[in-house]
Design a protein around this ligand. Structure first.
Ligand code: GDP
Length: 192
């Protein structure tokens, strides 16, 4: 299908949060996990979302409309950047929490996980928080072109166990396009 992704709104503060009628799927992940690259890959464009060589720079929440399907992908600010202040981190946590607790049309959260590293505490905290809120987690292992395939398979198994899911997390690469079609299918399933 010929899909387009259009940036509809960018916000920086809780008070700017808006309610949309359309189904929404949020994208979350530690900064530098490859979230902007994934959005650009899905958009088929190099520059829709800013790719940062400096991690921790993007602090905004971006609403993208997926056409012609009509649902939103909501790009949440990257978290867990070690060098940012506690105030900054608290601000992030509050914005995310408010978004998650108020977005009535939120269907699922895609949690991006770096395929080169073992499960991180902050990712476990987010996934268990979402679980406690009854929000489905769609785990996606990014940069899947990087690790040895044996290590990748092992990590997929680990995440499957942690999340108590029936299927393995999706291996995705913005570089090669691996997992892209599958991700569209999964998003479509949840956005219905
Ligand atoms: P964000 O901070 O989560 O938005 O991450 P970015 O999309 O800015 O990516 C962080 C870094 O990882 C950049 O240097 C990207 O070029 C690199 N990167 C992102 N996705 C991939 C991927 O699929 N494969 C490889 N090899 N590198 C990637």
């Amino acid at each position: 299908m010929n899909r387009t992704i259009e940036l509809v709104k960018t916000i920086y503060e809780i008070k700017q949060l808006e309610t949309f009628e359309e189904p929404q799927i949020a994208l979350a992940g530690r900064s530098n996990v490859g979230k902007s690259s994934l959005v650009n890959r899905l958009a088929g464009r190099k520059q829709l979302a800013k790719i940062s060589s400096k991690p921790g720079k993007t602090r905004s929440l971006n609403y993208y409309k997926v056409n012609p399907d009509g649902y939103f992908l909501v790009d949440l600010p990257g978290y867990g950047y070690a060098k940012c202040s506690k105030t900054e981190r608290d601000k992030w946590a509050k914005l995310i929490e408010r978004y998650i607790t108020t977005a009535e049309q939120l269907k699922a959260v895609v949690v991006l996980l770096d395929s080169r590293i073992p499960p991180q505490k902050i990712d476990l905290e987010l996934t268990s928080y979402l679980r406690s809120m009854g929000i489905p987690v769609i785990p996606v292992l990014t940069k899947a072109d990087k690790p040895k395939q044996r290590d990748l398979a092992k990590l997929q198994g680990q995440w499957k166990d942690i999340l108590q899911h029936d299927r393995l997390p999706l291996a995705f690469s913005s570089k090669t396009g691996r997992g892209e079609e599958k991700l569209w299918d999964i998003l479509g399933e949840y956005a219905r």
